[in-house]
Write a protein that binds this ligand. Structure first.
Ligand code: AMP
Ligand code: MG
Length: 341
């Protein structure tokens, strides 16, 4: 694999541009949208991205230059084509199109969920994992099979991170809620039963978040945060375990911002140890939304001829990972695929 790609992420709160080659991240510059109150406001987030797009792009080009890579060496521009907030996606896509035109290089439209998976495969020893991707807006269990990443289980309503953030907002905690919930949970004394909603291989967190808010009327913040975490994490670990059993794979990769949670890691580690599977967690900078993952999947796609015309580069707020033909996988995985059939 060869090439140098500049990628831009901006599906929600983090506007981030990175330049990567097959060996490493050459440069990355980010600017986060921080809501003054409440959760992410889509229009304000998009305005933030529009305001700082030139700052992150100029910054990443300058940083790359210091590391010996010039703008003329960039082979392609990639961007998050979806899923995400429509207004944010459109803003970032516009910046990416203009860059591709001005540098006269191809454009690559990246599925944000698959970028989380691929950066994890790049930055950990995982080769063919079942991925638990738990972020603000998304919660999915993904694994490669027969030319595509299949969604083995997913949330039927909100993502786990948003469920935490929603509860935290109603409990008067700031945004994002996940890290604070983790802190409170450490000092809990009791488990309070909360709705455990797994339907087949799918998950639902909305009722759990509301029930946790209700439980605060009778129980301490510590006990509710602990019980919320235990219940939600048991649900995602159960679905991940069943995906392992179903696919016969022996690796689990954790992705997405909620993956920062130490209790979730511990529960996945226990499940993997019991099943004889390996468990992989990338460095924190590659877990939440980041430009490097968009640039890296952009490189894989560019290298396998998976580029788009500016005319056909519309964004898709509901872009599903199983819509993407995987053009970039190695021979080994393809052999695995044959065995699966
Ligand atoms: P992402 O959308 O992947 O960037 O992840 C953002 C989400 O991760 C937010 O909803 C946060 O509340 C959540 N999050 C971040 N850190 C933690 C943590 N330590 N425990 C649980 N959730 C977390
Ligand atoms: Mg994400």
């Amino acid at each position: 694999m060869k090439g140098t790609v500049l990628g831009i992420e901006g599906t929600a709160w983090n506007l981030s541009a990175a330049i990567v080659n097959e060996n490493d991240v050459i440069a990355e510059v980010s600017d986060m949208y921080r809501p003054p109150t409440g959760g992410i406001h889509p229009r304000e987030a998009a305005q933030h991205h529009a305001k700082y797009a030139s700052y992150v792009v100029r910054g990443v080009l300058e940083e790359a230059k210091k590391n010996g890579v010039d703008a003329s060496q960039i082979d392609a521009i990639s961007f998050s084509q979806g899923p995400g907030l429509g207004a944010c996606l459109r803003t970032v896509a516009t910046a990416a199109r203009m860059l591709a035109i001005s540098l006269d290089v191809p454009l690559v439209g990246v599925n944000h969920c698959l970028a989380h998976v691929e950066v994890g495969r790049w930055k950990t020893p995982a080769t063919d994992p079942v991925t638990l991707y738990v972020s603000g807006a998304n919660s999915q269990v993904l694994a490669y099979r027969m030319g595509r990443y299949r969604v083995f289980g997913e949330t039927l309503d909100i993502g786990l991170g948003n469920a935490f953030d929603k509860f935290a907002r109603s409990a008067g905690l700031g945004h994002p809620g996940g890290p604070q919930i983790e802190q409170f949970a450490r000092n809990a004394a009791n488990y309070i039963p909360l709705p455990y909603v797994v339907k087949g291989m799918d998950l639902s967190f909305s009722g759990l978040s509301t029930a946790a808010t209700e439980a605060l009327k009778k129980h301490s913040m510590e006990d509710v945060c602990y019980s919320f975490q235990e219940t939600a994490f048991a649900m995602v670990v159960e679905v991940t375990e069943r995906a392992l059993a179903h696919t016969g794979k022996n690796e689990v990769l954790l992705a997405g911002g909620v993956g920062a949670n130490m209790r979730l890691r511990e529960m996945l580690e226990i499940m993997c140890t019991e099943r004889g599977a390996s468990f992989y967690v990338p460095e924190k900078r590659f877990m939440g939304d980041n430009g490097a993952m968009i640039a890296y999947l952009g490189l894989l796609m560019y290298d396998s001829g998976n580029v788009i015309d500016v005319e056909n580069s519309h964004v898709n707020p509901n872009f599903r990972p199983d819509e993407v033909d995987v053009t970039w996988l190695s021979e080994d995985l393809e052999e695995g695929r044959q065995r699966c059939i």
